[in-house]
Write a protein that binds this ligand. Structure first.
Ligand SMILES: [Zn+2]
Length: 335
């Protein structure tokens, strides 16, 4: 990799090398398609790629110092167009308007860059509008499409782009990266186990020094280790609080807020089963708590309830009373 490029990114060596070479050799494609699961770093690399194309420094790209780098950092670079940030749904009007804006004259440089995030969220009409632009790309414009799931994109769109595939980071790459943060060994292990080679997922987990994650784990542990009466009380209080925090929300919306706890429960129930089978567990941080709880459940119970969790999650999407559903989850888990 050339020393000239300064992209502080772990992993994705091939993709990065390819993109840097195409800038260096001035062989930029009209359109790129960055694809691969959420949390791998597509957005970050698209940003470094765009800033490096605009940056005027000759020995460090992006330099962070030149006028263009500073404008990009402030989101005020007028030749950089973005669409679909923050999981916004993309209507055909959004796409048409966006494509139309690409016809405007360049302001700062001889190139324009258009980044469309979550491109798989556009419907068939939007995809047609996009396809039209890809077939007749505006001059000196580079379009970068980002997709978590390439299978949702029409083949006609895919075939007009230079595809760049993003894969999970290797174990050693993740280890090296996570070792830069200040966590103890059990925390590091757990982050590795829960992030599946996706730095974005790890970063989400590591927020506030793992505090929110630990709080959620403690909550599930409390439910798993309480008797029926206490479980009912905990769930009652939980929903009273949720209602207070979301006074406008419908009952089914409250259920959506609780969906993430099914994921927590799933990981913990699997760990409880693994402990019984003497296998290494995912959640090393709460190892002793889980060890204590595991004797209260039989392997059969755990296995049965694990398979039910997908159903429960589905039901939370379908207008059920979420409080009853959560009570059922734990009533079905006798110890
Ligand atoms: Zn620069």
């Amino acid at each position: 990799m050339s020393d000239k490029y300064h992209w502080p990114i772990f992993g994705h060596k091939q993709a990065i090398q390819f993109l840097q070479n195409s800038i260096e050799q001035e062989k930029l494609a009209h359109a790129y398609l960055f694809y691969g699961s959420k949390g791998l770093g597509k957005k970050m690399i698209a940003n470094y790629f765009a800033s490096s194309i605009f940056c005027t420094s000759v020995d460090k790209k992006p330099c962070g110092q030149c006028k263009y780098c500073r404008l990009v950092a402030k989101n005020s670079y007028l030749d950089l167009y973005t669409l679909g940030k923050d999981d916004q749904e993309l209507s055909v009007e959004n796409v048409r308007e966006f494509m139309h804006s690409l016809q405007m004259a360049n302001i700062y440089s001889n190139k324009k860059i258009a980044i469309i995030y979550n491109v798989e969220k556009i419907n068939i009409f939007g995809a047609n509008a996009l396809l039209k632009t890809l077939e007749e790309p505006p001059a000196n414009t580079i379009i970068i499409l980002l997709a978590d799931n390439i299978n949702l994109l029409p083949a006609t769109v895919i075939s007009r782009c230079q595809p760049i595939k993003f894969q999970a980071l290797k174990k050693e790459e993740m280890e090296e990266w996570i070792s830069k943060f200040d966590f103890d060994e059990s925390e590091r292990q757990t982050i590795m186990n829960l992030s599946f080679g996706k730095p974005g997922l790890a970063l989400q987990l590591m927020q506030e020094n793992l505090d929110p994650w630990k709080k959620n784990c403690n909550f599930i542990i409390k439910l798993l280790s309480s008797n029926t009466f206490n479980i009912m009380q905990i769930i009652e209080k939980w929903f009273a609080l949720l209602k207070k925090e979301n006074p406008e929300a419908r009952v089914s919306d409250l259920g959506q807020n609780t969906k993430v706890y099914i994921d927590y429960l799933e990981v913990m129930m699997r760990d409880l089963l693994w402990i019984k089978l003497d296998k290494p567990i995912v959640n090393q941080v709460f190892k002793s708590e889980l060890n204590n709880i595991s004797s209260s459940y039989s392997s059969e119970q755990l296995l049965q309830n694990l398979t039910r969790l997908t159903d429960y999650k589905q039901k939370l999407n379908n207008n059920v009373n979420p409080q009853l559903l959560w009570e059922n989850i734990f009533l079905n888990l006798p110890r």
